[in-house]
Design a binder for this molecule. Structure first.
Ligand SMILES: [Zn+2]
Length: 279
């Protein structure tokens, strides 16, 4: 005989769930607030209560940062040839095909041109949901080409990064993108054309080690994870505990890696003001 008994009809958690139809509500990871997706969207995917910045993709950033319908995508369907014939739990080629199919994105970055308050810019934005926003040969090539576009058309460059780092499925080919994108940015700097890097949660590994940190101005969203290696690896390597808030925007601002922390709601205005000053 059980100590407690109650009929299944009285169990309540499910009845609460029924009030939250699937896909309409999001729970804030910062404060637990349940927010309707429409409200979240109108608040630019930041929590109405605690300002937590939800992770969003390139489509959303294009909507937030660029003037309406001004984005013209370039090199949209560029695909990786899988130079290493890589296979882990799945063949890399198959992984790419299924990711493209399920997300409707062709790669982990979109590049092109657009306008901010009427000003022409070259623009790139990454997508974390595409294989962890990893930077393989196509991401590197697209970034290099959007830098070239800024250089050739003499227009400022804005890149929004969100990335887990270099794409392991392309090994050294991924690592070569660090040198390629960095050298292109040097050429852009030599021509005196401004580059603003927007760093969002998370930006790590090879992306941090190249174009994400090379902006004339590096802007971070609040509380974003930004680093090179993960905290566990660093802790094991140096054999010391890491300071609180390590690898978060606020810590990096204090240490001088980041120039500005900017809420998503002020991001477009801030970029526009900076470009006004720099051009
Ligand atoms: Zn919240």
């Amino acid at each position: 005989m059980p100590w407690f008994s109650r009929s299944k009809d009285n169990i309540s958690p499910d009845s609460q769930k029924k009030d939250l139809p699937d896909g309409l509500w999001e729970k804030c990871p910062g404060c637990g607030e349940i927010i309707h997706k429409k409200q979240l969207e109108s608040n630019l995917w930041t929590c109405v209560k605690c300002e937590h910045h939800f992770r969003i993709g390139s489509e959303e950033y294009i909507q937030i940062l660029l003037d309406k319908n001004s984005f013209k995508e370039m090199h949209k369907k560029m695909r990786s040839p899988d130079p290493l014939k890589f296979e882990d739990t799945k063949k890399y080629k198959e992984r790419l095909t299924s990711t493209v199919k399920s997300l409707g994105l062709y790669e982990a970055v979109k590049v092109g041109t657009g306008k901010i308050e009427g000003r022409n810019i070259a623009f790139g934005c990454m997508d974390f949901q595409f294989i962890g926003g990893s930077m393989g040969s196509v991401v590197g090539e697209k970034i290099a080409r959007v830098i070239d576009k800024a250089h050739k058309s003499k227009i400022p460059l804005v890149i929004v990064s969100e990335s887990g780092g270099a794409r392991m499925m392309e090994g050294a080919y991924s690592l070569m993108q660090l040198a390629k994108t960095s050298s292109r940015l040097t050429r852009l700097a030599d021509a005196g054309i401004p580059y603003i890097s927007v760093i969002t949660d998370p930006t790590t590994g090879g992306t941090t080690a190249s174009y994400a940190m090379l902006g004339d101005i590096n802007i971070a969203e609040p509380n974003a994870l930004i680093g090179f290696a993960g905290p566990r690896v660093i802790r094991q390597t140096i054999g010391k505990d890491l300071p609180e808030g390590f690898q978060k925007s606020e810590f990096l601002l204090e240490k001088g890696f980041i120039d500005v922390i900017c809420s998503r709601k002020n991001l477009k205005e801030t970029i526009n003001n900076l470009l006004e000053l720099m051009t």
